[in-house]
Design a protein around this ligand. Sequence first.
Ligand SMILES: [Zn+2]
Length: 118
Amino acid sequence: MTDNIMPVVSTPQNVSNNISCWKCGKQIEAADNYCKYCGKGQGSHIYFYYKHWGVWILFFIIGPFNLWFLWRSPIIKIKWKLIYGAVFLFLSCWVCYIFYKAVLKIFDTYAYFLNIPF
Ligand SMILES: [Zn+2]
């Protein structure tokens, strides 16, 4: 009497409602706020430092180390990643140059007063 037992085949229903997680790539439902496999937030629940304004705030806090977050951002398009990356690198180099000139000036000042030939 096992003839009427059908094998249970799980077919994905409403495939169009499924999206893939930006972090692990597995299929989750579009309504999910968090991935059930890796736990990362989806949609508006993505961390602030992956958003456009977030990478700018990070730049003023941790400087060019924000490039790590910029590159991993699932929101920012590749075009903006390249533009932001170039801007952040330029600003970082500019700040380093200003700092370098300031240190040179300090050394010059001390050398003048202490008669040390730098
Ligand atoms: Zn995931």
